[in-house]
Design a protein around this ligand. Structure first.
Ligand SMILES: Cc1cc2nc3c(=O)[nH]c(=O)nc-3n(C[C@H](O)[C@H](O)[C@H](O)COP(=O)(O)O)c2cc1C
Length: 244
């Protein structure tokens, strides 16, 4: 079984997204899966041109010659695919959105109507992987996830059962601000990582992630006050160091 996560953070290997993906994929490997993280920032992914050649002229084939053909193959060969993004302007990064737009060749052009009155394009392949989403925000609280949650609720309605896990990690910067520390926040991060590892194992062995694990993943890393104080101290230090 293959599990692949596409990391849409421009910070790539130094991202908080990576700090969340890593234990989850370790858990998947422990359960016997082949697991890989793809850093989209390191790949050559051009912008969709909107020419629709992949629908009319060369069905299923994009005109652009870059890494996307390889990445779409990897996507289709995977049983589970994770899409990871930090919250940018309340939504996903341009990097991840750009990557997702390039999946147009996998859709057929004709507009279909579903039973619930919504419209869709039939997929060009028989089997699509099941998906999971990993989102982290720089703010505390939950309101920064609302746009992505709305996006995902439409996706889930259109493809019931296709989404196996959603991770909404607020206070995302705590994942690196406290690295190497021996603090209560660091202990909660260790607990968070352990829950992610369990989620990876469960996904592979049971085909779902238990409610208990989802709840453990979403336990707070810090109080709003702790996080605000640490984040604001961090910026005071940075600005202080930058002064001559
Ligand atoms: C351009 C930009 C826009 C951002 N917009 C938001 C936002 O709307 N809400 C939020 O909570 N954090 C926002 N952030 C903060 C990131 O979500 C946060 O730093 C996150 O932990 C980065 O994760 P990463 O290391 O995986 O990239 C923004 C950061 C950048 C650079």
């Amino acid at each position: 079984m293959r599990v692949t996560v596409f990391n849409g953070s421009p910070r790539g290997r130094n991202s908080n997204s990576h700090r969340i993906i890593e234990p989850l994929l370790d858990g998947a490997r422990e359960a016997g899966a082949e697991a890989e993280e793809v850093f989209l920032i390191e790949r050559n992914i051009q912008q969709c041109r909107g020419c629709f050649h992949c629908w009319g002229v060369t069905p299923g084939q994009c005109v652009l010659d870059d890494d996307m053909a390889e990445l779409i193959n990897l996507y289709l060969e995977s049983e589970y695919v994770g899409l990871a993004t930090p919250v940018y302007g309340m939504y996903m990064t341009g990097l991840l959105k750009n990557f997702m737009d390039r999946f147009l060749p996998l859709a057929t052009p004709h507009i279909q109507r579903s039973d619930d009155g919504t419209f869709y394009h039939e997929g060009r392949v028989k089997r699509f992987p099941r998906q999971f989403f990993i989102v982290n925000s720089g703010f505390p609280g939950e309101h920064n996830f609302e746009v992505l949650q709305a996006f995902l609720s439409v996706a889930k309605r259109m493809n019931p059962g296709s989404v196996v896990l959603e991770v909404y990690r607020n206070c995302g910067e705590a994942l690196q601000m406290t690295e190497g520390e021996n603090s209560p926040v660091a202990a909660r991060i260790a607990r968070f990582r352990e829950a992610l590892r369990k989620a990876g194992r469960e996904m592979v062995t049971r085909g779902e992630v238990s409610l208990e694990t989802v709840e453990q993943i979403h336990l707070p890393l810090a109080t709003d006050e702790e996080y605000m104080a640490a984040a604001n101290r961090h910026w005071d230090d940075q600005i202080g160091q930058a002064q001559p």
